[in-house]
Write a protein that binds this ligand. Structure first.
Ligand code: HEM
Length: 68
């Protein structure tokens, strides 16, 4: 459960869906560079665990969306 949430968070960051655009508009420093995204994703995995780790460009393995 926690690992699934972690990989969803990583995916949201990777795809540029999070942080929300209106938040980034008000807080430009929240606009993460590619390197910052990778660091955040790696940190999420290190902190909460990842499903089998991350592959390639830090994309979560087995992370696909379930449900929606
Ligand atoms: C890098 C920082 C952030 C991460 C990693 C993150 C992660 C996520 C994830 C994984 C979801 C999906 C939850 C689900 O599918 O159940 C989500 C939803 C959401 N987040 Fe974020 N979030 C971030 C920043 C923000 C910020 C700054 C805002 C608002 C100012 C925000 C507002 C929302 C809202 C409103 C939703 C639910 C609606 C939707 O899916 O669009 N998030 N977030």
């Amino acid at each position: 459960m926690l690992q699934r949430r972690t990989s969803q968070s990583a995916e949201a960051v990777q795809r540029g869906r999070m942080p929300q655009w209106y938040y980034v508009m008000l807080h430009p420093s929240a606009n993460l560079s590619a390197a910052e995204k990778q660091q955040l994703i790696a940190g999420l995995g290190n902190t909460f665990g990842s499903e089998g780790g991350f592959r390639g460009e830090g994309f979560p393995v087995g992370g696909g969306r379930s449900g929606d």
